[in-house]
Design a protein around this ligand. Sequence first.
Ligand code: UD1
Length: 428
Amino acid sequence: MEKIVIHGGSPLVGTIGISGMKNAALPIIMGCVLVKDECIIENLPEIHDVTVSLQILEAMGVKIRMIDRNTVAIDATHAQCGSSPLGLVNTIRASYYLMGAELGRFGRSRVGYPGGCDFGVRPIDQHLKGFRALGATADIVGGYVDASTEDGLKGSHIFFDLVSVGATINVMLAACMAEGFTEIENAAKEPHVVDLANFLNACGADIKGAGTDTIRINGVPSLHGCTYAIIPDMIEAGTYMIAAAATHGDLTITDVIPKHLDCVSAKLREMGVTVEEGDDWVRVSLDRELKPTNVKTMPYPGYPTDMQPQISILMCLAKGTSTLRESVFDNRFRYIDELLRMGANVKVDGKTAIFQGGGLTAARVRAVDLRAGAAMVIAGLAVAGRTEIDNIHLIERGYDHLIEKLQAVGAMIAKMDVKESVTILQAE
Ligand code: UD1
């Protein structure tokens, strides 16, 4: 068991390069199952969820060849439908993209119910509604999602009841080789939805409108291999932007698409942070007191729920009252208990957290989920003294070389074996 130990209180200064986007890489990896050919995927982040996704495909008979640390060749010519291992599938959320990919390729699918971060109830009814609209049966039986069609998927019109990234992506995967025309309305507009559409189009699909709330898909008979580079991770970039502000630092964050960061940049500016932008970089610095603000999470282009825990740290550090409203998930405030351990002045009322500011103190805390774990890292970097974070495997699900990237901009942060850290603690 390992933990992260931080001696915080110093500004982060320097340059951090951003890796490929986790939430684009995962559906693209699963999307390779649609293709009876080799796809070369570049700018792959080195994170646990990518490793697990590749292991799942390998167990299904897909040929995986690492070309370098960030490039993989995936050949799903001999993929076996329904053979994904439950023990891996139910450890990550993105395994549910296998449902759409298998259904699109084989006309049937059997995949274990997905896992992922615990934000309360996370139903998949919209995914199943989409598959049924395409003419498949789709049911959850004994911990598996079973879907099948007798005579192939047929293009259809789908109006989602709510905006769901996962359901939009799953229906795109299933529909790109369905017979005829599919229209998805009330679709998610996230950059990773667009990235998957671009990948599928590079493989010969005919998908238009990704990035708007109506996606139109003309089914094609087959897809071919391609070489495709994943877009930069806006959540990783946003996390470092907030870390720069929280430590009163000065970070240049490179290899980003600044447009994807507009919602975070706007909030930081409201809080008194200086944000400058270039073609593929943002520079974030703070040399004054943080001002309070109000944030409500929304589907893209609104403020992302995956950046909600991180900005809570700035609200703890700001002078005055801030409110943070979660409107995407049922229960994404489990990490507030950890902030209370750090002395935060915060109350939760339903889906709103109210922060009185006034600062935090170093403490021993744990990551309750991936982004909440990143928030604990930011808190540890911001406050003087020693912060220890347990449960760090959750952070490693989604941040590529977090420790090394932060060390390179002056952070005193290390990963330690739990036993090792106890020894150091006793010696101190
Ligand atoms: C994805 C991301 C996650 C991000 C989220 C919102 C991946 C692997 N995960 O999760 O990091 O926080 O988008 O940007 O990319 N819902 C239903 N029925 C459904 C599907 C969703 O009620 O069939 C609800 C969810 O419970 C939630 C809301 O819709 O309240 C949005 O969820 P969704 O956009 O689907 O999130 P995920 O795809 O699970």
